[in-house]
Ligand binder design. Structure first.
Ligand code: BGC
Length: 737
């Protein structure tokens, strides 16, 4: 009925246009119908398009673009990775870099770092800045941010995501999207959904309960759609309940488009479509690809073989698929275009300006997490005439290169060594590589040609001469080491680092670890090193930000966005054996259900090495006068939790007040507590600040499978307030009546 009405309207509009002008082009349609609502404009354009033109808009014409309609002035749609900076230009038909000289950009910190800031305001700055760079580079869709939930420390792409907690990821993703899109560039939130490991990502079928799906794996996507109003979303490679996520009836048609009312465009992950009928009917709008045959192999310019290309056209022509299905896709694509490349009012963008570098440095500084700091090892006084040994390959290796599709061509990247050398001018800085990993290559390991024994010996000699050793180790975005396409193969540090650290400890015990990674790692040396700093992948300003924190110019305030288990089997997914992770190569079962991350550690009383939300400061804070506005609430109420944060130490600094809520007696199994609110607050030394955190009662509902809906249980709840999930200073009971 709706379509028939639209059709009538379209015909009418079409007639008006024909009568008023002989020169029909899309721009004219847009201008002459200025006062007509967007959807009507779009329908009028659709009525001008041939079946072939419409189908062409639904699939790639090159690695990162879809065709426009030249005769009508409808532009091509240009996309780019994402999510930590705008990727270098890629060739039309293959994955080689195009070799442009104007595509070097600002590299922003990886999203784990952004999440670790617990600062949504910085997420907005991130979004605005990267959106400006995307706009300047003439991109219409930025392929990011990623919000897949951190389920296992082996997942090769955790560094691209926002950690293990759905609430934190939701709060951080929304401002990023809004920031990007205010530039007239679409964010493309990815990978929807359940792409929580790289191993077998292109086919593994994920079986997960509805409850875990709605409570853990979907909230950040939902927030992206409903609050962030994201204009595009990328389907995941894997399957969910036996259907590929890029054309999954439940995920796309039911949840995304029907329940959440998503009015944007669903884009495949590259090569993520597998069936024309399903792609047409189950929610996919644009098919992009790794190969030109729609899968993984390439011939010259044969995008016509895509599932949403000629095979789709044929089925439309022989009426197996209704044209309404196609029109809905084109309507969404044109809507995306009116928001981006057909929006005459969008800005021009900016690239590589000082503001963007400042934003990158600020986020990096605020995201660094201090995990251990015996006898105030950090900060190191930059005025001192001491000898500092900087050891480890990660002190000099570029961390914007590698990792897969998030790899960047950074205009500048300050290495940690350079950052330390520039900040510690009075100190003597010695340097040794210590170990070597070999060059970064996608999908394969190229071993280093350097002599490991010689590197180790040299490092030991350097360590002997130093007052302080800073060991820069961790992972590095090489294949298997935090990189797309494969998971890590071991929880321990690679390239002989654990052994090297033990050797260094024999000659110098004054060692501070600076870990560069996007994942938790085993720390067999934890008791023997003086300090540990988790520094993520920090982008262009990495070395400066690390030096800022090491020197005390910046007081660390980052908090872990995921738990560090003591051993791999302490992680929920791993503790259920192979079928839970990684699966049997065909299926996998999320047996830990809702107990992901700290929910598992807390509930099962398995102490983590470092807990979700944990992070030290150079100062100390106290929360006093912790109270809630009342003790009994009804469903529609908001709980207001207030406290005074007092800085009791000798540094200005920032603390994150974290509010978790639990329901002791429930009709279903629950996590002991779940993050429901947080606020980062900057307090000068000796000063105090009052803060208030509001939580809607309705947000305490659980997903009740028996009614297929959210259910807010009545009765007693407990609020846990602290500065880490394992450091709760106050508990308050309240009732929902
Ligand atoms: C990745 C996506 C990425 C796309 C385009 C895929 O392999 O999974 O995240 O956006 O490639 O590079």
């Amino acid at each position: 009925m709706y379509y028939k009405k639209q059709l009538k309207k379209n015909k009418y509009l079409f007639l008006i246009i024909i009568l008023s002008s002989s020169l029909i082009n899309a721009q004219k349609v847009i201008n002459t119908t200025d006062n007509i609502k967007l959807d009507q404009k779009i329908d009028s354009i659709i009525s001008l398009l041939s079946l072939e033109e419409k189908v062409a808009m639904c699939h790639a014409q090159s690695k990162f673009s879809t065709p426009g309609v030249g005769r009508l002035g409808i532009p091509e749609l240009w996309m780019s990775d994402g999510p930590h900076g705008v990727r270098g230009e890629i060739n039309w038909d293959n994955w080689g870099y195009a070799g442009w000289t104007n595509d070097s950009i600002t590299a922003f910190p990886a999203l784990t770092c952004l999440a670790a800031t617990f600062n949504p305001k910085l997420s907005k700055d991130y979004g605005i800045s990267i959106g400006e760079e995307a706009r300047y580079r003439k991109k219409d869709v930025l392929l990011g941010p990623g919000v897949n939930i951190y389920r296992t420390p082996l997942n090769g792409r955790n560094f691209e995501y926002m950690g293990e907690d759905p609430y934190l990821a939701s709060k951080m993703v929304v401002p990023y999207i809004q920031g990007v899109q205010q530039n007239g560039v679409a964010a493309c939130v990815k990978h929807y959904a359940l792409n929580n490991q790289e191993l077998w990502r292109d086919h593994i079928n994920v079986e997960v309960s509805d409850r875990a799906l709605y409570e853990i794996y979907l909230p950040a996507f939902k927030a992206a759609v409903e609050e962030g109003e994201v204009w595009s979303i990328m389907g995941a490679y894997n399957q969910f309940r036996g259907q590929f996520c890029c054309h999954n009836e439940i995920l796309l048609n039911k949840i995304l488009k029907e329940d959440w009312k998503f009015d944007g465009v669903v884009i495949t992950d590259w090569g993520g479509a597998h069936n024309t009928m399903e792609a047409a009917l189950y929610g996919l709008d644009i098919e992009m690809g790794t190969g030109t045959d729609g899968l993984t192999t390439s011939k010259e310019n044969v995008y016509d073989h895509y599932y949403l290309a000629n095979p789709f056209l044929e089925k439309l022509k022989n009426k197996e698929i209704s044209e309404d299905v196609l029109n809905d896709k084109v309507r969404r694509i044109l809507r995306l275009m009116f928001r981006t490349n057909m929006n005459p009012n969008r800005s021009f963008g900016r690239m590589n300006n000082q503001e963007h570098l400042d934003v990158a440095r600020k986020i990096a500084g605020e995201g660094i997490v201090l995990l251990k700091n015996d006898n105030s090892f950090f900060p190191i006084d930059p005025t001192k005439k001491i000898t500092i040994a900087v050891i480890g390959e990660n002190a000099t290796k570029s961390m914007t290169i590698g990792g897969g599709s998030s790899e960047l061509k950074a205009k500048n990247e300050i290495s940690p060594l350079k950052g330390i050398q520039q900040r510690f001018k009075n100190a003597t800085i010695l340097h040794a590589m210590g170990y070597a990993s070999g060059p970064s290559a996608y999908g394969r390991v190229i071993p280093s040609k350097l002599d490991a024994e010689l590197l180790k010996k040299e490092a030991i000699e350097v360590a002997k001469k130093a007052d302080i050793v800073l060991f820069f180790g961790g992972l590095n975005k090489n294949h298997f080491q935090d990189c797309e396409g494969a998971d890590r193969q071991s929880f321990n540090l690679p390239f002989g680092q654990d052994e090297l650290i033990e050797e260094l400890l024999k000659v110098n015990t004054n060692i501070g670890m600076v870990l560069v990674s996007g994942n938790a790692v085993a720390m067999p040396w934890i008791l023997n090193v003086k300090a540990i700093m988790q520094t993520w992948y920090l982008g262009s300003e990495a070395g400066n930000a690390i030096a800022d924190v090491i020197s005390g110019d910046i007081n660390p305030s980052g908090k872990l966005p995921f738990s560090f288990p003591k051993k791999l089997n302490d992680n929920a997914a791993h503790s259920f054996g192979k079928l839970s992770y990684p699966g049997d190569s065909i299926n996998q079962y999320y047996k830990e259900d809702i107990l992901v991350g700290y929910r598992w550690h807390d509930t099962k009383k398995i102490e983590p090495l470092f807990a979700f939300g944990e992070g030290l400061s150079y100062t100390t804070f106290e929360f006093s006068d912790v109270k809630i506005n009342k003790s009994k609430f009804s469903e529609t109420d908001e709980i207001k939790i207030s406290t005074t944060v007092l800085n009791t130490g000798n540094f200005d600094g920032a603390e994150v007040v974290q509010v978790y809520i639990g329901k002791p007696k429930s009709k279903v199994d629950r996590a002991l507590k779940e993050l429901k609110g947080f606020q980062k607050v900057f307090v000068g030394k000796g000063a105090s600040k009052e803060i208030e955190i509001s939580i809607k009662c309705i947000d305490l509902a659980f997903y009740d499978e028996s009614i297929a809906d959210w259910n807010l249980e009545k009765g007693e709840y407990i609020i846990y307030i602290g500065n880490a999930s394992n450091n709760i200073t106050n508990k308050i009971k309240f009732i929902i009546k």
